[in-house]
Design a protein around this ligand. Sequence first.
Ligand SMILES: C[S@@+](CC[C@H](N)C(=O)[O-])C[C@H]1O[C@@H](n2cnc3c(N)ncnc32)[C@H](O)[C@@H]1O
Length: 218
Amino acid sequence: MHDDALDHYTQDAPVEVVRSGYDALSWRYRDDDADAEQYKPWIAALLDALDPGSQVVDLGCGCGVPVARDVTTAGHLVTGVDVSEVQIRRARQLVPDATFICADATTVRLPSGSYDAAVALYSLIHLPLSAQPALLRAIAGWLVVDGLLLLSAGWDAWTGSETGWLGGDATMWWSHADVATYRRWLGEAGFQVVTEEFVPEGSSGHSLFWARRAPLHQ
Ligand SMILES: C[S@@+](CC[C@H](N)C(=O)[O-])C[C@H]1O[C@@H](n2cnc3c(N)ncnc32)[C@H](O)[C@@H]1O
């Protein structure tokens, strides 16, 4: 799939801030053996929904812990994509039975109609808003009909950066639309939202969507 919005993103976006930020902060964000308590019910629900030997793509997979690790351990075939070389290097060591691609999710080439599920936890929100609907359309195209999407996104609209994030030296950058906008974008991308919830964090939080690729997606 080719999308002009993604071309625009690759030309002038803060992808380098995000990439170099995660290169610098990979371990501060997640230890090698992190349990990531918050993720446990999400991973359990994902595993419940998958048939044996499913193909799962994890966009913005980080170091592969816990999602790629736990989904691979359960016998599924995971492809992780991340723009940070450090995250991908760690993921290859920590989850040797999964496949990892170091690439920008907005330009990576993946096979159409090939994945039973897609996961994008806390990664879409590092893209400029102009690129996010196009990536959702691309994800719909990579999924099989009725394929499952687990997505964390914004709750309130906010775009900004933080220097010294996680107590490190790097700057990080995010861009959220509000939850109603994500609901609309998912529908426009060819998804049927199954559930959505608010995941609190600090004084605000994120949305968490479960959605399925609708049968009539083109
Ligand atoms: C907050 S971390 C979340 C990692 C993992 N999904 C998790 O929940 O543990 C966001 C990840 O998205 C990756 N990322 C951000 N923008 C990306 C892009 N354009 N393409 C691919 N990966 C990206 C970052 O490098 C980082 O590893």
